[in-house]
Design a binder for this molecule. Sequence first.
Ligand code: NAP
Length: 254
Amino acid sequence: MITSPFSLQTKNIVITGASSGIGRSVAIECSRAGATVFLLARNQERLEETFSQLSPGNHRMAVSDLKDLANLESTAAALLPGGSQVFGMVHAAGAIFTAPFSMTRPKHFESLYAVNVIAGFELARILSQKKYVDLQTGGSYVFISSISALHGQQGAVAYASSKGALLAGVRSMALELTVKKIRVNAVSPGIVKTPMADTLFDSLPGEAAEQLLKQHPLGFGDPQDVAFSCIYLMSEAGRWITGQNLVTDGGYSI
Ligand SMILES: NC(=O)c1ccc[n+]([C@@H]2O[C@H](COP(=O)([O-])OP(=O)(O)OC[C@H]3O[C@@H](n4cnc5c(N)ncnc54)[C@H](OP(=O)(O)O)[C@@H]3O)[C@@H](O)[C@H]2O)c1
């Protein structure tokens, strides 16, 4: 019997970016909450490291570059055992590019949008096909956006705009997928201590990193903080929430 409204027992959940940071934590916490998880990322060794930390279950993983959009359908089919239905998806795969606007070229937008936006939306389209959806239980998809979609940041035009595109797409997708009882939401983290945040800090002068820390009244986040927001949105506790953006930022945007 399922007792907690935050349980993910019996739910199959696909997680992109599961080889590192937020996606890894989402995978681990979802498995702890009872889900069967299906993991995607490019780096096999790091995916296996995540896999080794999952609670026991019939979990699976596949090495895949999400920018290979033409292969996403076959990747999903290979990842999911025949006849599997998918309840949840968390699109945590993402890349960052930090540079002054004057040095931000179309190729930088294209590269970021391919993984941050288009791959996530294409995977959602694939997983929302009849063959993967249980129309009784529906589903819940979560896209990891960023506080940079809502608050201007220096050097972040390409990254911030890709994250803003996610928020806009989430609202329209949420409306379209209600007919299949699939809820669609975003989570927008502030700075979370992951390898991506380390890359950001490497590009900033020391005092800028200090300043960023001061702007987070509860300090920088842990990947688990974002994972818990995702679990809330995918669990029964979030059953009346769709088309929303759950800001999870330690008070950055207050
Ligand atoms: N950390 C923060 O402060 C922060 C704040 C706001 C939002 N976010 C967002 O949170 C998400 C996770 O970020 P993170 O901090 O956990 O970063 P991270 O530790 O660098 O992890 C990024 C993940 O994305 C995967 N990935 C990147 N490109 C891929 C591709 N082409 N195909 C498949 N997988 C790909 C990476 O896996 P492989 O390298 O193995 O492919 C990795 O698992 C991102 O969308 C990021 O924009 C992060």
